[in-house]
Design a protein around this ligand. Structure first.
Ligand code: GUN
Length: 300
């Protein structure tokens, strides 16, 4: 391996420390405790793990954590009533509805019912529009974490060629907007892209966010490029014992690390940054709600 490892776990630890320091100042100087509410509908095991982890980390940085766990059969109007109550709760500065929602619920309508200034996921149509037009917004957590790591590694991203593989509303599209905002030349590639290998080979920055295990091989990577691997895929690992699994990214780590200049590992790369950025967004939302100075370096 010749690539520098971008240590997302350590970086996320530093972001949490910054958040905790800002929370302590808000409490001491203004008597304000930032509050984050997480709404989970149903019992999807992966979502339960995420929600537990979010609640634990929220408390660890000194913020108030509220969890609403609703039955899988919750009606749309009842979910909207919970969101409305949180929108009007002055102790809550951030609201996150864990996705995916059960099929009978209208995800777009639910997300757009969250007050935009409390939308710490940055998924509300107002925040999408603000980001797209370069205005101050709440920025989706995973792309924000990727941007922080890229800025930390490169300093300026201006003029770099960036390829984002994946066009989801959660990662691909906002990631492309953020890179454009930092003056990269941005290509969004997806499942219908012709000659994906050639497109990726031109890139100084490759963000892989497709959810397909190890689909980007090292011979697609321009020597010295930076690879940000957003994928978290679980594969069977019989070599580790019966029933065992291992986590892999969307990039083939061994072959990409041999060519790239820098790469994020899976696990320990982008993953830990997502929750750290959620905490950062909650502090930012709290500061904006109270017309106080925002923490530096924690927003786009
Ligand atoms: N499910 C998977 N990723 C996310 C995320 O970033 N936010 C929410 N709300 N749900 C998710």
């Amino acid at each position: 391996m010749s690539a520098t490892l971008i240590d997302g776990k350590a970086f996320a630890g530093r972001v949490r420390t910054q958040v905790a320091e800002h929370v302590a100042r808000l409490k001491a100087d203004h008597g304000i405790t930032p509050g984050l509410a997480v709404v989970l509908v149903g019992e999807d095991p992966a979502s339960q793990v995420y929600v537990r982890s979010k609640g634990k980390q929220t408390v660890e940085v000194g913020m108030k954590s509220v969890e609403h766990k609703l039955d899988v059969s919750t009606a749309q109007e009842d979910l909207l009533a919970v969101i409305n109550q949180l929108n009007n709760d002055p102790e809550i500065h951030g609201i996150l509805v864990q996705l995916p929602l059960p099929d009978h619920l209208d995800e777009d309508m639910v997300i757009n019912a969250i007050a935009p200034e409390k939308d710490v996921d940055g998924f509300h149509i107002s925040n999408v529009g603000l980001l797209g037009t370069g205005q101050k917004s709440m920025v989706p957590c995973t792309p924000l974490g990727c941007l922080m790591m890229l800025r930390d590694h490169h300093g300026s991203l201006s003029g770099m060629d960036a390829v984002v593989i994946g066009r989801s509303n959660i990662v691909g599209k906002p990631m492309a907007q953020l890179l454009l905002g930092d003056s990269c030349t941005v290509t969004i590639a997806h499942s219908r892209t012709k000659d994906l290998a050639d497109v990726v080979r031109r890139a100084d920055i490759v963000v892989a966010a497709v959810g397909r295990p190890e689909m980007v091989p090292g011979d697609w990577i321009k020597p010295g490029a930076t690879v940000i691997d957003v994928g978290i895929n679980r594969l069977d690992a019989p070599e580790k014992g019966e029933g065992k699994t291992r986590l892999v990214g969307d990039a083939d780590f061994e072959s990409c690390a041999a060519v790239a200049g820098a790469i994020t590992p899976v696990p320990g790369g982008v993953g830990p940054m997502t929750i750290a950025c959620l905490l950062a967004n909650t502090v930012t939302a709290c500061c904006r709600a109270n017309r106080l100075e925002e923490p530096e370096g924690l927003t786009a």
